[in-house]
Design a protein around this ligand. Sequence first.
Ligand SMILES: [Zn+2]
Ligand SMILES: [Zn+2]
Length: 136
Amino acid sequence: MKNIQGTCLCGRNHLAIKEYGNFVYSCHCDMCRKMSAGPVMAVDPETSDNVELALDEASVTYYQSSPEVERVFCSTCGTYLFWHHLERDHYCMNAELFPDIIKEANFGLQVFYDKKPAYYDYSNETKRMSSTWEEL
Ligand SMILES: [Zn+2]
Ligand SMILES: [Zn+2]
């Protein structure tokens, strides 16, 4: 797919991925779960020049959750937009912003699986990686 559009819940912040397939993964880390009331479903646009952001600077908050990473969300509606690794200029974006991707998504990977609390589990067959990037 090309030129895939997404917005936050209130529509103030617009994001686009220039080109993407249908790969979706999930992160079970403590920060993602606390931030979003559950595991984050994410897409990985791979390179920053594959990402187009049209953010409303009056309605966006950049929260630096660790020295190298900022988490960005809409400060009007609260929607989590993306995770951005500052040094590597790498984005992982909220998959649920992009209806065209999730419509036919291939959910193939769970990361930080060792951090997943026991009370939920997906029945999907996926690859599972630990917080130290070992396959589980
Ligand atoms: Zn919003
Ligand atoms: Zn995470």
